[in-house]
Design a protein around this ligand. Structure first.
Ligand SMILES: [Zn+2]
Length: 73
């Protein structure tokens, strides 16, 4: 009796970090939830950014056969 767990233990949950797959504390004390750490959150955002950069914004122009010396002979 009298051995109540600390208040944080009742709200804290352990979830799987979406970035590294490790244990992550899902609680108000973890500002990076559901990630386990700031690093994992940054990694996830970075993945999003690189996906964005893969959009065909800088796709090379499609060159026709003109200008290819092999086709002129
Ligand atoms: Zn993680």
């Amino acid at each position: 009796m009298g051995t109540l767990p600390p208040p944080t233990a009742s709200t804290a949950r352990i979830v799987v970090c979406p970035s590294c797959g490790g244990d992550s504390v899902y609680a108000p004390t973890n500002a990076y939830r559901p990630f386990c750490s700031e690093r994992c959150k940054q990694l996830d955002l970075g993945a999003w950014a690189s996906e964005d950069f893969r959009m065909p914004a800088e796709a090379p122009p499609i060159d026709g056969p003109y200008g290819d010396p092999r086709t002129e002979h």
